[in-house]
Design a protein around this ligand. Structure first.
Ligand SMILES: CC(=O)N[C@H]1[C@@H](OP(=O)(O)OP(=O)(O)OC[C@H]2O[C@@H](n3ccc(=O)[nH]c3=O)[C@H](O)[C@@H]2O)O[C@H](CO)[C@@H](O)[C@@H]1O
Ligand SMILES: C=C(OP(=O)(O)O)C(=O)O
Length: 419
């Protein structure tokens, strides 16, 4: 079991380059199952989740050839339609192979993904959509099976703009007979990236990035070369790192529009943010102001930045209110931050964060991916040594986080511990 050891106090300076987006690359790798032709994906981040989804599609029959930041995938034949439990258990995003399997093979068997630290995360909207496309859904032996000879285009209304359901249904509908309309679709930039990839393969999809997505099914898809968008959450994590430590950093390889909800809140907190064409310069040297935040589907404030902003607001001068509306249990980091001297009270879906003058280093545990990032940020600003356990969560979604932070002057090391 490895740990991250952070010694706080250094302000961050320099330039950091953001990697390709985890939440774009995972559905795109799943989508490569839709075609028998080869696809090349570029700007691939080095993440445990990427390795896991590659293992899933390899089990299903994909040939995956991985280079530095590039992956070539070809799936001439699907060997099986049952997704392997050991990987689906590790990573919820592996559920995204269901749509492509169903569309291409007419059958998909998925182990039930179950809940995780941030909430129960049901999949009812995915299944409702598959049913609307003509699939029969069968439950048994801990699995969900979907069967349809050929999916048929349909009208689907999502009760909530679920990112994963929107992606799964777009992929399934892309090879269906006829037209599908997905209403109340998620509008996240990662959905636009997936659709750009699918359209480059020959799909006919319009409206990505809006609430109504129209998919005209095609008989087959071909191969393509695609560069994944930069990770807005990784970029946001570096912006918040500078907000909490002070300093002056150029965060390179960003799409500024994707970060508007985060940069707006940082400015409100008194952080200087200067947007350039492909980069953001962030600097801070004064006291942070409290701000209120409510997480929402895009273009609202991202739930995946809530924990990092909470860490920052622990040191603001005054009280901030953070309301989490997307996941029902995404405040696990609050208790860990409290070990470091934070004053946070949870009242239902709202965290009341009363700023303190300083945090102090302590042994803490990452309870999920962004909770882990929040503890790293708190450690960078805290007095003394912070030891973060369960960092496999962080490795799921951050590409060489400690190396990038060290490049900015942070004192952070990975250490192996005997358990
Ligand atoms: C790999 C990936 O892209 N993960 C992101 C994706 O997760 P994911 O796709 O799982 O998130 P969803 O948008 O589906 O979930 C949002 C909410 O909808 C609920 N829901 C979802 C599906 C369903 O069938 N029924 C249902 O009730 C969930 O429990 C949750 O409360 O979007 C989340 C919300 O922006 C992000 O935090 C995750 O980082
Ligand atoms: C919740 C997240 O990811 P996942 O959906 O893969 O668990 C995240 O990226 O913060």
């Amino acid at each position: 079991m490895e740990k991250l050891i952070v010694r706080g106090g250094a302000s961050l300076r320099g330039t950091v380059k953001v990697s390709g987006a985890k939440n774009a690359v995972l559905p795109i790798i799943a989508a490569s199952l839709l075609s028998e032709c080869a696809c090349t994906l570029q700007d691939i981040p080095n993440l445990a989740d990427v390795a896991s989804i590659c293992r899933v599609i390899e089990k299903l029959g994909a040939r995956v050839c991985r280079g530095d930041k590039e992956i070539n995938i070809s799936v001439p034949d699907l060997k099986q339609v049952e997704a392997p439990y050991e990987y689906v258990r590790l990573m919820r995003a592996s559920f995204l192979v269901m749509g492509p399997l169903l569309a291409r093979a007419g059958r998909a068997v998925m182990p039930l993904p179950g809940g995780c630290a941030i909430g129960t995360r049901p999949i009812d909207l995915h299944l409702k959509g598959f049913k609307a496309l003509g699939a029969k859904i069968i439950y048994g032996h801990g699995c969900i099976e979907a069967v349809a000879e050929r999916l048929k285009g349909s009208q689907i209304y999502l009760d909530f703009p679920s990112v994963g359901a929107t992606e799964n249904l777009i992929m399934a509908a892309s090879l269906a007979r006829g037209a599908t309309v997905i209403e109340n679709a998620a509008e996240e930039p990662e959905i636009v990236d997936l659709v750009n990839f699918l359209n480059a393969m020959g799909a006919r999809i319009k409206g990505a990035g809006t609430k109504i997505i129209r998919v005209e099914g095609v008989p087959r898809l071909s191969g393509t070369v695609h560069t994944v968008i930069p990770d807005r959450i990784e970029a946001g994590t570096f912006l918040t790192a500078v907000a909490i430590t002070g300093g002056d950093v150029l965060v390179d390889n960003v799409i500024c529009d994707h970060l508007k909800p985060v940069t707006a809140k940082l400015r409100e907190a008194g952080v200087r943010v200067e947007e350039n064409e492909n980069s953001i310069r962030v600097s801070s040297d004064s006291e942070l102001q409290p701000v209120d935040i409510k997480t929402m589907p895009y273009p609202g404030f991202p739930t995946d930045m809530q924990a990092q902003l909470m860490a920052v607001l622990c040191l603001a001068r005054g009280t901030s209110m953070i309301t989490e509306t997307v996941f029902e249990n995404r405040f696990m980091h609050a208790n860990e931050l409290k070990r470091m001297g934070a004053r946070i009270k949870i009242e239902g879906r709202t965290a009341v964060v009363q700023g303190v003058p300083r945090l102090t280093g302590a042994p803490v545990k990452a309870t999920d991916l962004r909770a882990g990032a929040a503890l790293v940020l708190a450690g960078l600003a805290a007095e003394g040594r912070t030891e973060i356990g369960n960092i496999f969560h962080i490795d799921r979604g951050y590409d060489r986080l400690e190396e990038k932070l060290r490049g900015l002057g942070a004192d952070i090391q990975r250490s192996a511990v005997v358990s």
